[in-house]
Design a protein around this ligand. Structure first.
Ligand SMILES: C[S@@+](CC[C@H](N)C(=O)[O-])C[C@H]1O[C@@H](n2cnc3c(N)ncnc32)[C@H](O)[C@@H]1O
Length: 243
C-alpha cells in the first residue's frame, strides 16, 4: 500500500504530539514560517482564499477574522478535517473539504489566493496540482506556498534538537521517510530548481523566492535565534497568474 503524508496525522498519538508541538511558544512555524507567509500574503481583505493541507484551519479562522471574503480548506487527514470543521463552525464563509489536494477539481477562475503551508513536500507529484491551482486562480491571483527546505528534505534525520546537519543525495529526488515525534512521516524531496520549474511549467510567473531567515524579535531567547541562523528550515515560493 502506498504511504501518504496524511497517515501520520491520522494516528491518535502523532496527532496529539503534533498539536502540542504546534502550541510551543518558540515553535518554528510561528517564529520562522508564519512571518514570511504574512509578508507574502499582504492585504487579504475581500479575498477568496483556498488553503491546501490546511491542518486544523487555525490559520483560516485568523484570515476570516482579518476580513477575507471566503476561506476554503482542503485537508487529507480525517482527524485534522474534524478539528477544522469544529474551528470553522462560527463562520458561514469558512469551510473545509476532506480530500487530498490531488483529488480536488480546482474550479476555474474562482480564488484570488491559494496558499499551502508546509504540506506540498508530502506530494509525490506536484505538476498536475500546480496546473489545477493555476486554473482555479483568477487572473492576477497568487499562489504562495512554504515547504521544508530542500537542504532538509534531501537528508531527513530523526526529530530532536540537532547540532549538526548533513546535506546529501540532494539530486536524488523522491520518497523519504523520517522518524518524527514518535511516528513515521512520508515525504518527497525535490530540488529548489524542481519547484521553480513546476511553477513556470504550470504557467506561473515566479514573483518571490524566500527562505526562513530568522528575525531576532520573533525569538524569546538568543540561543534559539542563534541556532536558527545555522540552516534554513523552510523555503517559500510565490507564483502569479498573468492577467
Ligand atoms: C505540517 S501540517 C501543516 C498544517 C497547516 N497548513 C499549518 O501550517 O498549520 C501538514 C498538513 O498537510 C496535510 N496533508 C498532507 N498531504 C496532503 C494531501 N495530499 N492533501 C491534503 N492534505 C495533505 C496533513 O494531513 C497535515 O494536516
Amino acid at each position: 500500500m502506498r504511504n501518504h503524508g496524511t497517515d501520520f496525522y491520522d494516528n491518535d498519538a502523532n496527532f496529539e504530539k503534533y498539536m502540542q508541538r504546534r502550541q510551543w511558544q518558540e515553535n518554528a512555524n510561528d517564529t520562522l514560517e508564519k512571518p514570511v507567509i504574512m509578508e507574502l500574503l499582504g492585504d487579504i481583505s475581500d479575498r477568496h482564499i483556498l488553503d491546501l493541507g490546511c491542518g486544523d484551519a487555525g490559520f483560516g479562522v485568523e484570515l476570516l477574522k482579518k476580513g477575507c471574503a471566503a476561506y476554503v480548506g482542503i485537508e487529507g487527514s480525517r482527524k485534522m478535517t474534524d478539528a477544522s470543521t469544529s474551528n470553522l463552525t462560527a463562520y458561514n464563509n469558512g469551510t473545509v473539504l476532506h480530500m487530498r489536494m490531488e483529488e480536488y477539481t480546482y474550479p476555474r477562475d474562482t480564488y484570488n489566493v491559494v496558499i499551502s503551508r508546509l504540506a506540498i513536500h508530502y506530494l509525490q507529484h506536484i505538476e498536475s496540482v500546480f496546473r489545477g491551482i493555476h486554473q482555479t486562480l483568477k487572473p492576477g491571483g497568487k499562489f504562495i506556498f512554504s515547504i521544508e527546505h530542500p537542504v532538509i528534505t534531501s537528508t531527513l534525520q530523526p526529530s530532536g534538537i540537532r547540532t549538526n546537519w548533513v546535506v546529501d543525495n540532494y539530486f536524488i529526488e523522491g520518497y523519504r521517510e523520517q522518524q518524527w515525534l514518535g511516528g513515521t512521516v512520508h515525504k518527497y524531496h525535490r530540488t529548489v530548481e524542481d519547484y521553480f520549474m513546476a511553477l513556470t511549467g504550470a504557467g506561473f510567473r515566479v514573483a518571490s523566492l524566500r527562505e526562513s531567515r530568522p528575525v531576532r524579535e520573533h525569538f524569546l531567547t538568543e540561543e534559539t535565534y542563534e541556532r536558527r541562523r545555522r540552516i534554513p528550515l523552510f523555503l517559500f515560493l510565490e507564483g502569479v497568474k498573468n492577467g
